[in-house]
Design a protein around this ligand. Structure first.
Ligand code: DOR
Ligand code: ZN
Length: 347
């Protein structure tokens, strides 16, 4: 039985670090294990220009230290200037651009309503090789929340990809077998991130026996068959699927509320959870591809030369229930089962 696993240091291809006191409190949780992360731009106000991305990058670096590289993104709006995007990418400030349909999720009010109005930016991105990262949910009130990802693929994503053939796209935090099937049906230029929590919970976890706000995120977890499909994709070794935790901290009072915020905070125990999920699937040998190789492959970056070692312990791993930050306590995701894989060394 495998008791120890040394991998290239992992990367997180979808992460929310926030700003100010929250950033100060939670950035070390990611920097402890991860070498790089794609940083989401949905601050209030959002990160919409290259200059704002550079300033935010510097604030993250100041907290996270020299061993953690934030890879910045811009928040796409209907008034985004294609020239600013291309210049920010050329100057090494940004790695990608994030598309939020307006109103789809936390802090997405400035997102896109009319996709024709961002056509010029998407063309410029295709030309410059800048990936588009999609929050893949439609926001039409008549579409059931559990169907919003599948409908987005048909109504928004596939038309965008047909209209902009060279555009490289990452479908972020996929939650359905429909999304997996779409990725598998495309010849190239399309990847998908999968979160830690969507590999572990289905919609029953949110709703059975009482409402569990710390399992509420967007896209919302779907039925069990979709979770199983996600585990299948993540553990397949297929280079198009890679880890993006979508670790998204909210102070507990904002989660445990009559109108609770979406987001699961998994930065602290993600590596322990993933090792367990992959071991349970009989696929520990595929963990390295998912957390450390497939993402750099898509983003055309080198695999990290530093390593991380996971060790299997006899007693369950302990980790804090919550992280105390200057912006309030943040509950750490509870996978609902004991964890036996512990990060023994990261560096
Ligand atoms: O659950 C989520 N939380 N999904 C998102 O898309 C945004 C994120 C956040 O920023 O809290
Ligand atoms: Zn996110």
């Amino acid at each position: 039985m495998t008791r120890s696993l040394t991998l290239p240091r992992p990367d997180d291809w979808h992460l929310h670090l926030r700003d100010g006191a929250m950033l100060d409190g939670i950035a070390p949780e990611s920097a402890r294990h991860f070498a790089r992360a794609i940083i989401m731009p949905n601050l209030v106000p959002p990160v919409v220009t290259g200059a704002q991305a550079a300033a935010y990058r510097d604030r993250i670096r100041a907290v996270a230290g020299p061993d953690f590289t934030p890879l910045m993104t811009l928040y796409l709006t209907e008034s985004t200037d294609p020239a600013d995007v291309v210049a920010a990418h050329r100057d090494g400030i940004i790695t990608a651009v994030k598309l939020y349909p307006a109103g789809a999720t936390t802090n997405s009010a400035s997102g896109v309503r009319d996709f024709d109005r961002v056509r010029g930016v998407l063309d410029a991105m295709a030309e410059a090789g800048i990936p588009l990262l999609t929050h893949g949910e439609v926001t039409d009130p008549e579409i059931d929340i559990f169907d919003r990802e599948a409908v987005f693929i048909d109504r928004v994503l596939d038309p965008i990809r047909r209209a902009t053939p060279g555009l490289r796209v990452v479908m972020e935090h996929i939650t359905t077998s429909d999304a997996i099937a779409y990725v598998n049906s495309q010849p190239d230029g399309l990847g998908a991130t999968i979160t830690t929590h969507h590999l572990v919970i289905n919609r029953n976890h949110i709703l059975v026996g009482g409402i569990r706000p710390h399992y509420y995120c967007l896209p919302v977890a779907k039925r069990e068959s979709h979770r199983q499909a996600l585990v299948g994709a993540a553990t397949s070794g297929d280079a198009r699927f890679f880890l993006g935790t979508d670790s998204a901290p909210h102070a507990d009072d904002a989660k445990e509320s009559a109108c609770g915020c979406a987001g699961c905070f998994t930065a602290t125990n993600t590596m322990s959870i993933l090792a367990q999920v992959f071991e349970d699937a009989g696929a520990l040998d595929k963990l390295e591809a998912f957390v450390a190789r497939n993402g750099p492959g898509f983003y055309r970056l080198p695999v990290n030369s530093a390593t991380i070692t996971l060790e299997k312990t006899d007693n369950p791993v302990t980790y804090p229930d919550r992280i105390d930050t200057g912006a309030g306590p943040v509950t750490v995701f509870d996978p609902g089962f004991p964890l036996y894989w512990q990060v023994a060394q990261a560096g």
